[in-house]
Design a protein around this ligand. Structure first.
Ligand SMILES: [Zn+2]
Length: 245
């Protein structure tokens, strides 16, 4: 099940069962940003129909980073509709699975005693978290990137080596992926924050440094990879993340 929120005109944040994706609509055409878990593909298609469009109307999938919970629709849409998938140039090899920068089952098991981890782990395993998601057709952003909704990539390398955010200048919004989230099934709080530390592949200092390119964006609306829509200047959201311990 998903919940489709019209965050701004023609900009839709979809809160899936454990991760978000975003739809940008321009007339009959769409851009899909992130693709949910492998088990979310039917839900992604349902969300597209909810806003009156068809999956084949998606001109491209933009992916913030190549984690399994953001890649779910990438291969099925390519197979069914020929949809291309674009990434930050640094992230393409990760999407190809030339290497993997993701929480591994041993790390997950080592954290299973923590509050909330077990039910979440059961849920994501049911949702295809361990299904193969390598995307051989993953490509770097074409130049110019001319897609519905006019998203502008903002490199925010940290959560993964080639993680990217997307600025939507025409509506003053920013899609922050997993660089900055507003909640997570494993987090006891909502509001701007980093993901729980067990997901980190780099230091907290590096994760915070990756937020610097967001601070100067003209954006009063934050569409995160996990958690609810957040209203307020992105600079303030980044400052509150930096201020938390
Ligand atoms: Zn991630």
């Amino acid at each position: 099940m998903n919940r489709v929120v019209e965050a701004a005109e023609n900009v839709f944040l979809v809160n899936g069962s454990a991760v978000n994706w975003i739809l940008l609509r321009d007339g009959t055409d769409l851009t899909l940003v992130d693709g949910g878990y492998p088990g979310d593909v039917d839900d992604v298609e349902a969300s597209i129909r909810t806003i009156g469009r068809r999956p084949e109307d998606v001109r491209a999938i933009l992916v913030t980073h190549a984690h399994a919970d953001h890649l779910g629709a990438v291969n099925p849409f390519h197979a069914r509709y020929g949809t291309p998938a674009y990434f930050d140039p640094v992230e393409v090899a990760h999407a190809h699975r030339d290497y993997l920068e993701q929480l591994t089952p041993p790390t997950l098991l080592a954290n299973i005693w923590r509050p909330r981890v077990l039910p979440w782990a059961v849920h994501i395993l049911r949702n295809g978290a361990t299904k193969p998601v390598a995307a051989p057709h993953a490509e770097p952003f074409p130049s110019p990137l001319d897609l519905p909704g006019a998203p502008v990539p903002v490199p925010t390398h940290g959560h993964t080596s080639g993680h990217t955010a997307f600025h939507l200048p025409s509506v003053g919004a920013v899609i922050t992926g997993d660089a900055l989230v507003t909640g997570h099934p494993l987090s006891p709080t909502t509001g701007p924050q980093l993901l729980p530390a067990m997901f980190a592949h780099t230091s907290r200092a590096d994760l915070l440094a990756a937020l610097t390119p967001l601070e100067s964006l003209d954006a009063n609306l934050v569409l995160p990879g996990h958690g609810p829509l957040h209203h307020g200047p992105i600079a303030d959201a980044v400052a509150s993340v930096r201020a938390t311990g």
